[in-house]
Design a protein around this ligand. Structure first.
Ligand code: ATP
Length: 375
């Protein structure tokens, strides 16, 4: 029988960004409260105290201008290099996934985009503004859901949204209607007057998403919004995110969930140890990295060994694995499918079904991971 060892995947050189320049900019204080959402709220609080948080009068950006432009961005924490010069862009109306292992730099990137941290090199522009200079203008147009949701457990959902509507200076005349609409849209209308302390993880996540939309932001920064949810709740939240995309909002989504990224994202940026390993549409990445398709061929269970033998002898399969009632043939292209079927039928192996499975984002991710491990 053929070896079942997966062939190493032929890949182009990954997009590795080396540190290009270091700025002399002083490192600002990081948020005293720590989490992304709390840091964000601290900034909103501060602007509110100073009377400088305004709504309306948003500076227009040309639609062909990317909403986010990250260019050779660097950030360290002491000796730890969190970002070693990453570059990527997010166009208006796109959902871009930020993927990577724990500690890859996803949250740090979001904090830099929001102006909660200063870069140590490179630049970031959001709506054409520099977050450390014009963070307030960016935050007026940006909704954030961090890993830590920062919901006050003592409040009901309605009260919480009311507090934040005031904080965001949502005009009084539209507050009640907007809050009611968000509660309805996020499936929270019936529990709106219950305390957040009684909510499930899924309800809290939906409330956090509703809250981040109170000021009708164009850009959403979502840091692992489904990480703690069960499959049904995660599915619901993904649908809500997809709806925001259909509304025309731009979304940067940090996630570990490859399936989620593949379903939701127009493009993904895969980070590894503070560098961009690769970026693109999952299918384009698969093609660029040479991640092959798989063919599942349904045959009689007792003819599986013969089928594998036929395919390997005729060099139609470099690698094939038996599964109950079928064989999985690796490294297939669409053009090879008729040859595989003809060879099997010609050898007296009836074929009951074939299915060509294109590479998933998980295949791409694993291929990249294998490659970096070999380095
Ligand atoms: P995760 O998936 O676990 O949330 P991540 O991709 O979001 O990880 P970051 O939180 O951005 O990664 O962290 C990148 C690196 O920077 C890690 O090595 C982390 O330990 C370090 N780091 C991040 N924030 C700080 C901080 N405030 N102080 C010290 N080190 C930090």
């Amino acid at each position: 029988m053929t070896s079942h060892v997966r062939d190493p995947v032929a890949t182009d050189d990954a997009k590795l960004q080396l540190p290009q320049r270091w700025s002399a900019e002083p490192c600002p204080q990081t948020s005293g409260r720590g989490s992304l959402i709390e840091g964000y709220l601290e900034q909103v609080d501060e602007k509110r105290r100073c009377g400088s948080l305004q709504f309306g009068g948003i500076d227009p950006v040309a639609t062909d201008t990317p909403v986010i432009v990250v260019d050779r961005l660097e950030r360290r924490f002491g000796q730890t290099v969190a970002l070693a010069g990453i570059s990527f862009q997010v166009a208006a109306g796109e959902i871009v996934g930020l993927l990577g292992h724990n500690g890859a730099g996803k949250t740090t990137t979001i904090r830099l985009v929001l102006g909660l941290l200063a870069p140590h090199g490179g630049t970031v522009r959001v709506f054409g503004f520099e977050p450390m200079v014009d963070g307030e203008r960016i935050r007026q147009r940006t909704g954030v859901v961090g890993e830590s949701l920062g919901l006050d457990e003592r409040l009901t959902a309605r009260e919480l949204l009311q507090v934040f509507a005031d904080l965001y200076d949502v005009p009084r005349a539209v507050q009640a209607q907007r809050i009611a609409a968000l509660l309805e849209q996020f499936g929270l209308a019936e529990v709106a007057d219950r305390r957040v302390a009684t909510y499930s993880a899924g309800m809290r996540q939906r409330l956090a998403l509703a809250r981040c939309l109170l000021h009708d932001p164009e850009l959403l920064l979502l840091d692992e919004p489904t990480a703690t949810l069960d499959p049904v709740a995660a599915h619901h939240v993904r649908e809500l995110i997809a709806e925001r995309r259909r509304e025309g909002r731009t979304i940067l989504l940090a996630t570990h969930n490859l399936d989620e990224a593949e379903r939701l994202c127009d493009r993904v940026v895969i980070l590894e140890r503070g560098r961009v390993l690769v970026e693109g549409h999952p299918q384009e990445l698969a093609a660029a990295l040479g991640v092959p398709a798989q063919l599942a061929v349904e045959v009689e269970p007792e003819l599986i060994d013969i089928a594998i033998d036929v395919l390997t002898r005729r060099s139609l399969a470099a690698w094939a694995e038996p599964e109950p009632g079928r064989i999985i043939v690796e490294r297939m292209t669409r053009r090879q499918v008729p040859d595989v079927v003809a060879a099997l039928v010609g050898a007296g192996v009836p074929v009951y079904g074939v299915m060509l499975r294109t590479p998933s984002l998980e295949d791409v991710y694993l291929a990249l991971h294998q490659r970096t491990e070999r380095r």
